[in-house]
Design a protein. Structure first.
Length: 59
């Protein structure tokens, strides 16, 4: 048993990047808040831009 543990420790594999990404709970929280906020803000601005002007206010 101790020999197997020593072999496992010697042959440590690098931690995959996606595992490091998914292990960072604060990064996931930030992205989960920031991405929808950005998407809905852009969507709202696009909707506001598409509203036609009222003919009363044209110079």
């Amino acid at each position: 048993m101790p020999e197997e543990r020593e072999k496992a420790e010697e042959g440590k594999e690098p931690i995959p990047a996606w595992q490091l990404f998914y292990d960072d709970i604060f990064l996931l929280f930030f992205l989960g808040v920031a991405i929808p906020t950005l998407v809905y803000t852009v969507w709202g601005l696009m909707e506001i831009i598409q509203i036609p002007e009222l003919p009363v206010f044209k110079p």
